[in-house]
Design a binder for this molecule. Structure first.
Ligand code: KIV
Ligand code: ZN
Length: 420
């Protein structure tokens, strides 16, 4: 409490959706938008209406489907795009037009073939035009972090004077570093005379793996809107990952004292839904939502977790909606985890049995990598049968023929969605 409030602008349905392999159909976008609403994002960027009729329809459908979050639509800085966005947003309870133009000389000269003065005029006219549809107008200076700072200050001042209420300065190609982006925002905010009339926003791409670090550095420099996506999807290496930003704020309020409207317990479900809708797996070691984020296989770690989970976990899985910590039984596991898993399956082992089951489990996992609960039960049965038969020694090779790696049973991991 008492912390500054950050606005969370989710662009999964726009920047995320435009990346290869992530396109979604209208009914899928509506499902995700409702889930983003439940997650508590402040703004849902629903699409880029001029890009295609389907995008325009999706923006309309999302605008009709959610009432609490602001729904934003993207447009270039020209009247035709803005009209298309304005019309698509008509049914929204709260609509934002997001208009952008590149401001770096590289983009102006090589891509747009435009002078700085023409860019300044187009940016200002776009904001004035967008204000005819809504009071909530966001202006983005594409490639801002590689733009000439003097020119960028002129553009920002002019668009605020024209009525832009949010100024987004993207690190479009993920080129910045945290120190640099902090200095960048500090300087722009200090130099633009009417900076206090707008909210500054950061939109970082992950080409160097710095999108989240850069976003947080920007916040430290006075930015109060963070643009991000679920699972960090987006152009090329993606955008800042919403779940990572959210959990840094939650786990490290000592360093990042900001509030959001997010319910972090909805994070995992949202990530899983996106995976389901796009068929695109999340890398297993992805922070917060990867299948290994709360899984432990190494014996020393499992032993530590069983004694006090804070030894190897800095956040509780339930705080991000992951059902529980997972102790994966594999060749690196220890006796403690074997005993615990058997207990969870309702099997109490003697010390002698723990030792036998553990050794069988390790040799089995050596050969087959994964061990399901059914396979573990089969090993317990084998050990007990051979014990009863008075067998003195157990085979040291991989598990017996009837413990097949494809035995259908519960893998000792939570239910990660298809494709993961
Ligand atoms: O990365 C970028 O510059 C963008 C803008 C359109 C906001 O996605
Ligand atoms: Zn982007």
């Amino acid at each position: 409490m008492g912390h500054d409030r950050l606005t969370v602008f989710d662009t999964t349905l726009r920047d995320g959706e435009q990346a290869p392999g992530f396109s979604m159909r209208i009914h899928e976008k509506i499902r995700l938008a409702k889930q983003l609403d439940a997650l508590g994002v402040d703004i849902i960027e629903a699409g880029f209406p001029i890009a295609s009729e389907a995008d325009a329809e999706a923006v309309k459908a999302v605008a009709a489907a959610v009432r609490r979050p602001i729904v934003a639509a993207l447009s270039r800085a020209c009247a035709g795009d803005i009209d298309k966005a304005g019309v698509a947003l008509r049914g929204a309870a709260r609509a934002r037009i997001h208009t952008f133009i590149a401001t770096s000389d590289l983009h102006l000269e090589r891509k747009l073939n435009m002078t700085r003065e023409a860019c300044l005029a187009a940016a200002t006219a776009a904001v004035v035009h967008a204000r005819r549809y809504t009071d909530d107008v966001q202006f983005s200076a594409e490639d801002a972090t590689r733009s000439d700072p003097d020119f960028l200050c002129r553009v920002v001042e002019a668009v605020i004077a024209a009525g832009a209420t949010t100024i987004n300065l993207p690190d479009t190609v993920g080129y910045s570093t945290p120190e640099e982006i902090a200095e960048f925002f500090t300087s722009i905010i200090a130099r633009v005379p009417n900076a206090d009339k707008a909210v500054f926003s950061t939109h970082c791409h992950n080409d160097l793996g710095l999108a989240v670090a850069n976003s947080l550095a920007a916040v430290g420099a006075g930015v109060r809107q963070v643009e991000c996506t679920i699972n960090g999807i987006g152009e090329r290496a993606g955008n800042a990952s919403l779940e990572e930003v959210a959990m840094v704020l939650r786990v490290r309020p000592d360093r990042h004292p900001y509030d959001t409207g997010l319910d972090t317990r909805a994070i995992f479900g949202t990530s899983q839904l996106l995976t389901e809708l796009t068929g695109q797996a999340v890398q297993s070691n992805k922070a917060i939502v990867g299948r290994n984020a709360f899984a432990h296989e190494a014996g020393i770690h499992q032993d530590g977790i069983l004694k006090d989970r804070r030894t190897y976990e800095i956040m509780r899985p339930e705080d991000v909606g992951v059902p529980s910590t997972t102790l994966v039984l594999g060749k690196h596991s220890g006796r403690h985890a074997v005993q615990k898993r058997c207990e969870q399956l309702g099997v109490t082992l003697t010390r002698f049995e723990v030792d036998r089951v553990y050794r069988r489990m390790v040799s089995f996992a050596d050969a087959h990598k994964h061990m399901t609960d059914a396979q573990l039960r089969a090993i317990v049965d084998e050990v007990r049968t051979s014990e009863a038969a008075g067998a003195a020694a157990l085979p040291s090779q991989a598990g017996p023929a009837r413990i097949r790696p494809d035995v259908h049973g519960t893998v000792t991991e939570p239910g990660y969605g298809h494709g993961v």
